[in-house]
Design a protein around this ligand. Structure first.
Ligand code: ADP
Ligand code: ADP
Length: 228
């Protein structure tokens, strides 16, 4: 599903974020990406949906070489990959329903199908009763559940989450984790960058540790491996 071969990333300012990454992730895996701040975790995940391009090396997602992907094909790629951020990134003036429907309106789904699918994903994140609320009326955990619903509404094969629980208290974080686990159990590959030792050590999934732009560890049923 994801294949990186000798991937390097140097930003225009001269900072080298990734220094030769080789990683293979299978369809259906759940992978934690850990490591110190500035190690290259975000860059690593941003390469997976062509938010960044590698300076050197190959990034394949679902057999598509992202390094040589034409600009006009990027929107289609992005629709096949769900992304969740630490700060939710919802549109503040739109309701929960509209925030999620948006992704389906751009591909010109029929209103009937849009309604059905939006209510389906709202059910999945247990927020059916909040469809008409705007983001400011929701707690942080609820906003993150909306952003997860938006990320999965197009049935992506890959869900990337960059510190999805970074702004949430422990109980709320566990709610988010149970939803991500359910999404993964239904077959979606999940790649999650996190600083939560608690979560990584309890869930015991694959752990890829990035340090100084290199894979320092890659373990099945791994642990966080740093002090909290
Ligand atoms: P992490 O997610 O592990 O904190 P990042 O991938 O965000 O690491 O950053 C790795 C390095 O690349 C850091 O030194 C960071 O300052 C730098 N960096 C990240 N994004 C950019 C950017 N858009 N332009 C320049 N430097 C960047
Ligand atoms: P948390 O304790 O998780 O931060 P809040 O105390 O922010 O949660 O919210 C508790 C409940 O009240 C949530 O279900 C949220 O949707 C609702 N709520 C919070 N603020 C508002 C508001 N301004 N208008 C309507 N409902 C709200």
């Amino acid at each position: 599903m994801i294949e990186m071969q000798s991937v390097y990333k140097t930003y225009p300012n001269g900072v080298t974020a990734l220094n030769g990454i080789d990683v293979h992730i299978e369809q259906g895996e759940f992978v934690y990406v850990v490591g110190p701040s500035g190690a290259g975790k975000s860059t690593f995940t941003r390469l997976m949906f062509r938010e960044e391009k590698p300076t050197k090396g190959t990034v394949l997602v679902n057999g598509v070489n992202l390094s040589s992907l034409k600009e006009r094909k990027i929107p289609k790629l992005r629709r096949q990959i769900g992304v969740v951020y630490q700060d939710f990134r919802l549109l503040p003036r739109l309701s929960v329903y509209e925030n999620i429907a948006f992704a389906l309106e751009v591909i010109e789904e029929s209103p009937k199908n849009i309604k059905k699918r939006v209510m389906e994903v709202l059910d999945q994140v247990r927020l059916k009763n909040k469809a008409r609320f705007i983001p400011d009326e929701l707690s942080g955990g609820e906003q993150q559940r909306v952003s997860i619903a938006r990320a999965i509404v197009n049935h992506p094969k890959l869900l990337i989450a960059d510190e999805p629980t970074g702004n949430l208290d422990p109980d709320t974080s566990w709610e988010i984790m149970s939803i991500l686990e359910e999404i993964n159990a239904a077959g979606t590959t999940v790649v999650m960058a996190t600083h939560s030792k608690d979560i990584v050590d309890k869930m015991r999934k694959r752990v890829i540790a990035i340090e100084d732009g290199l894979v320092a560890r890659d373990e099945h049923r791994g642990e966080y491996g740093y002090e909290a």
